[in-house]
Design a protein around this ligand. Sequence first.
Ligand code: CTP
Length: 402
Amino acid sequence: MELAGKHLVLGLTGGIACYKIAELTRLLVKAGATVQIVMTEAATQFITPVTMQALSGRPVYVSQWDARMPNNMAHIDLSREADAIVVAPASTDFIAKLAHGMCDDLLSTLCVARDCPLLVVPAMNRQMWQNPATQRNVAQVRDDGIEVLGPDSGSQACGEVGDGRMLEPSATFEAICAFFQPKILRGQRVLITAGPTFEPLDPVRGITNRSSGKMGFALARAAAQAGADVHLVAGPVSLATPWGVYREDVQTAQQMYDAVMEATADADIFIAVAAVADWRVDHASAHKIKKAPGQPLPSFDFVENPDILASVAKLPNPPFCVGFAAESADLDVHGEEKRKRKNVPLLIGNLGPLTFGRDDNEVVLFEASGATPLPRADKQLLARTLIGEIAKRAPRAGTLFS
Ligand code: CTP
């Protein structure tokens, strides 16, 4: 589980966005985190401690003088084990208090007395966010090393539209997960292809394959969490864009090739995960092919698609290139042969038809020094391991470790 073993203090301050914290708490607990809820008095006007207690599975604290704390040290004890305090939603007033080190209730005192990172997730009306005093306070808390997540832009509870909305629970969750990841790819630009391609036969039919895109998307997410600037070129898949990733959707191998060639000069690392169709139909029909009694069956001429990975690897100054290979047999032979044929330093092989669409995967790393199998793992966790392996080998990323 993504946040197993993590202890979080989740502080709620007064604001209508408190309703989002019910869902956020559920996501954090599901990911294995221990969540200790602390609320300001104002927050209890928007969502009840009973709800938050049921979702977090722990007693909720509001008052500094709570009699359940025998030593009256709630302001210290509650965050003693914490890996981070997250204040969500963080009101205008609470951010102002943080900027000035004020502590007049349990949550603000916990923040001042903490010995762990503090993340705040602002939520307020557009005018309150734009107010110069708020902007000064936000700049101050950032300067003080407090992580500010968001805010988002969009329609607000007051009926206005603009900056100040709290990030959605899923985005807040993603930002918290990312916060805990070591930034081993900070400053690196990573280009990734993912998913299948779709090669049309006519306007309604085409040839594609069973790639789900899950592995490529998981790698994009892990790279972004590791601090990289990620550009994901995706074939037709129904997956949500990972948080913080720039996504470009394409259909055909030729479109994927064009998108990659356009972006590759800006990339330090290129990871080709897409299952690119090897052939396309020459002159796909502009109209739907109709069947008529007595007519011969349709037949098609195929032409070869460009090999995207091999083309990038052939460039005069290529990024660090990583290939993927899904094989149905003899992975050891085909993996190393394919790595050499594509002229890439690292190729990640897996037994394809067994893993398409699944949430886990088992891979072998092929490189000049030999083959290294990795244990079967959930695709998200495996992606994190693979990003670690790639970061160790990529020359520009590698300089971070020297
Ligand atoms: N690849 C690519 N462009 C292509 C074909 C493959 O970029 N036109 C990349 C894939 O994204 C992957 C690697 O090359 O990283 C290996 O893909 P695979 O389909 O296994 O290789 P092929 O060269 O098509 O070999 P095979 O004959 O096994 O299909």
